[in-house]
Write a protein that binds this ligand. Structure first.
Ligand code: NAP
Length: 256
């Protein structure tokens, strides 16, 4: 067994939230290429899977699609019930699903605040708690949260998003502190500016891309695939001694 074998995920089961597009889809496919079967969750997700499911199967792995709205307790419970129905232990949780509500802080409504905190903070913690319990019983598991540059910086016109993503770092620190010694690794990835529906809308946004570009030392926006390597690393035995970190994958944005 060499070091590259430590990156393999053969026979493991990964739950990826927000797997239908963007960063979550790229991570789900990468985990499958590394050997994992995948449960992909999104609000719109056929059970046989969507494009992500097809790519996972093309990699020779199983894909189970779960349609659930993680914004509310009932949706989280339904997702957990569907996972339990598989009768298979979950080895990896990727807490990726996220939303942003844009408006100036003074105009940010209670509804915007509540929905962003629900999807970006409450659901990830609830899933980590519920799936983490089984991991603790088995003494093995890896959990990866998706943080953000707003975990470290204020952002503009996304105060609820910044609050949630900053709190994600606290949850990661707390869980790692309690669980590292019990075989469960908890960490986060903080993507920089990645071209997805979240940042671009459905129609792309050339002005936004051009505006951020000078601030990115690498010289281009990120693509969802840029996050895949860190996700495989943090999901695998190669990161066995890595606990409670938030790894920026940002083309150098933070050190600019
Ligand atoms: P995206 O393209 O909009 O994808 C979001 C995914 O989450 C979709 O699969 C979406 O599917 C799912 N989702 C959204 N709300 C949900 C809900 N209530 N219940 C279940 N699933 C839900 O966004 P992305 O850019 O890939 O973002 C993925 C993660 O990376 C998020 O946590 C985001 O905050 C983070 N991030 C992104 C960037 C970036 O530049 N793109 C930077 C830093 C961090 P449905 O709509 O079908 O539910």
């Amino acid at each position: 067994m060499g070091i590259l074998d430590d990156f393999r995920l053969d026979g493991r089961l990964a739950v990826v939230t927000g797997a239908s597009r963007g960063i979550g889809a790229a991570i789900a496919i990468a985990l499958a290429e590394a050997g994992a079967d995948v449960v992909g969750i999104a609000r719109r997700m056929p059970q046989h899977g969507d494009e992500t499911g097809a790519a996972v199967r093309a990699a020779g792995r199983q894909f189970t699609g779960v349609a659930a709205d993680l914004a509310d307790d009932a949706g989280i419970a339904a997702a957990l019930a569907s996972i339990a129905d598989l009768g298979r232990p979950v080895d990896i949780l990727i807490n990726n699903a996220g939303i942003a509500e844009r408006s100036r802080a003074e105009d940010h409504t209670d509804a915007q605040w509540a929905s962003v905190l629900a999807v970006n903070l409450t659901a990830p913690f609830a899933l980590a708690r519920e799936l983490g319990r089984g991991m603790l019983e088995r003494g093995r598991g890896r959990i990866v949260f998706i943080a953000s540059m707003t975990t470290f910086q204020g952002g503009t016109n996304v105060v609820s998003y910044t609050a949630a993503k900053s709190a994600v770092a606290g949850v990661v620190h707390a869980l790692a502190n309690e669980w590292a010694g019990r075989g469960v690794g908890v960490n986060a990835i903080a993507p920089g500016y990645i071209e997805t529906e979240l940042t671009m809308g459905r129609d792309g946004n050339p002005e936004r891309v051009a505006a951020q570009l000078p601030r990115i030392p690498f010289g281009r926006w990120g693509r969802p695939d840029d996050i895949a390597g860190a996700a495989v690393f943090l999901s695998s035995d190669a990161s066995a001694y890595v606990h409670g970190v938030v790894i920026p994958v940002d083309g150098g944005w933070l050190v600019r």
